[in-house]
Design a protein around this ligand. Structure first.
Ligand code: SAH
Length: 476
């Protein structure tokens, strides 16, 4: 159901440049800009230009850490270089520089000539030793600068000092704390607690004292399981809390409905366990999942149990919570945007509507298959809006039973496959049209159906009529 993730044509890496030559060929404004950027690194900058702009020459003359030569470019100038920048302003010369670099096995960048580049220069947020590089593969330098400006705001200027201080604790942490959650716990408290606050306030000594206190306390790792709602699928419908817990988790146990892009948001080194269950392909039974969560909690791990939508809506959360409670394992629940809300949003459909619908039912179609009418059918007849989960394969039963119970066949119905995702498909019609859903084998993603008079107020401009498929079902 998830969109395939687009692939990067340029993959970001961080080049080691300390004490290695970085050669810039050119003496104009572009070369000057590159020189300024590269002077933020500890690489040995070398500028080669036949002629040099006055302000560039003045800037170079004022610094003793940059070599420059007023000379014609010659391939021998590139000897031993880590990176080469062609910024002569002339296509032919830039090309010659790039070719010389490639012949020597050195990656080259030609300013404003993406077709000649082995690598692109990212927009840079520098909090050395921490760096954030933003690349757009040349698609949007302005976009890159806008993103950079926002990241500049988020990252405190003291971040570099904090990271430098952290490096001085690495050895002690490895010696005193066991790998895994103990070490991670230390670093979380280091970067998110008192040491970080003290560094921000400019008091490195206080930061060191706070770090030492955390190190001594060696608080034993306590297992914790969070049942987290991943939302309906769109990555940006995840809550901030869900995102934070994902970043902190040692283990992510996820359902098949949760898109890969959200599972991937956790730490790279977190364990990821697929717990199943998509219709027809069960990976683990519910009691196996319960045992797994309890086992991980007992082992002191920080677990995120990631479920589609909201974990408490048709998520088997009851069983998992009971198992955790019985085993005495700390746990919490983080709500998510449930499919019904995402589906309603896709249709701009008010679930409650003054004078029309004042209650709402979350149901699965499956209990309509039995002989007795469930109580909620009466609510529907009294005007409740009904959201049907897992209802595609029982659409005909749902429609038939509700009509038999007295709901008008003209009652409005809205259906969404893959709600909230770019791949969503929207359908609409009446209760009488609903059975056609069952015949639509092309709907392979999760499907949510909303029934009720409030649905009539929805926006159907991006939706196709269900009725168009009725004849196909009649034949079936
Ligand atoms: N806990 C989930 C529901 C899990 S049951 C929630 O709160 O949303 C699985 C059913 O949820 C699917 O059969 C489908 O009816 C519905 N569903 C989940 N994601 C959906 C989506 N993006 N679009 C439409 N329906 C979805």
């Amino acid at each position: 159901m998830a969109e395939p993730q687009a692939k990067l044509d340029a993959f970001p890496v961080f080049m080691r440049v300390k004490n290695r030559a970085c050669v810039i060929v050119g003496g104009g404004a572009e070369a000057f800009a590159k020189a300024r950027l590269l002077s933020q690194s500890s690489g040995d900058l070398v500028v080669v230009a036949e002629a040099m702009d006055y302000d560039f020459a003045e800037w170079l003359a004022a610094r003793d850490d940059i070599r420059y030569e007023v000379a014609r470019f010659h391939p021998s100038r590139l000897d031993g270089a880590a990176l080469v920048f062609a910024a002569t302003g002339k296509e032919d010369t830039d090309r010659a520089v790039v070719e010389a670099a490639r012949a020597a096995g050195i990656p080259a960048n030609a300013v404003d000539r993406p077709h000649l580049c082995d690598f692109y220069m990212p927009a840079l947020v520098n909090r050395a030793p921490v760096a954030v590089a933003i690349g757009t593969e040349g698609a949007g330098p302005v976009l890159a600068q806008m993103i950079r400006a926002r990241i500049e705001q988020i990252l405190p200027p003291s971040l570099g000092r904090l990271a430098t201080l952290a490096a001085t604790y690495r050895e002690a942490v490895e010696r005193l704390l066991s790998p895994g959650s103990a070490r991670r716990g230390f670093w979380q408290r280091f970067f998110g607690g008192e040491p970080a606050r003290a560094v921000a306030a400019g008091d490195i000594a206080a930061a060191s004292r706070a770090a030492a206190r955390i190190l001594e306390s060696k608080a034993a790792a306590r297992g914790h399981v969070a049942l987290v709602g991943a939302g309906p699928g769109a990555e940006d419908l995840l809550t901030l809390r869900a995102h934070r817990l994902l970043m902190e988790a040692d283990v992510i146990v996820h359902d098949a409905l949760v898109p890969e892009a959200i599972v991937a948001m956790g730490r790279r080194d977190a364990d990821r366990i697929a717990a199943g269950k998509r219709k027809g392909c069960h990976a683990k039974t519910q009691s196996e999942i319960n045992d797994l969560l309890v086992g991980l909690g007992r082992a002191g791990r920080r677990v995120v149990r990631l479920k589609a939508g909201d974990p408490l809506v048709f998520g088997r959360a009851g069983e998992e919570l009971a198992a955790l409670r019985d085993a005495g394992i700390a746990h919490e629940v983080v709500p998510g945007v449930t499919a019904a809300f995402a589906a309603a949003a896709d249709f701009a459909l008010p679930l409650t509507l003054r004078g029309v619908a004042s209650s709402m039912v979350f149901t699965t179609g499956h209990d309509l298959k039995g002989g007795t009418l469930p109580d909620w059918a009466r609510l529907a007849i009294d005007g409740a809006t009904v959201a049907v989960y897992m209802g595609r394969s029982v659409a005909a039963d749902v429609a038939r039973r509700l009509i038999e119970a007295g709901l008008s066949p003209d009652t409005a119905v809205a259906v969404v496959e893959n709600a909230s995702l770019p791949s969503k498909r929207q359908l609409h019609g009446t209760l009488a049209d609903l059975p056609s859903l069952q015949g639509r084998a092309e709907l392979t993603g999760p499907v949510l159906t909303i029934i009720g008079d409030a649905v009539a107020g929805a926006d159907f401009s991006r939706s196709t009529p269900l009725a168009a498929h009725l004849p196909a079902l009649a034949q079936a």
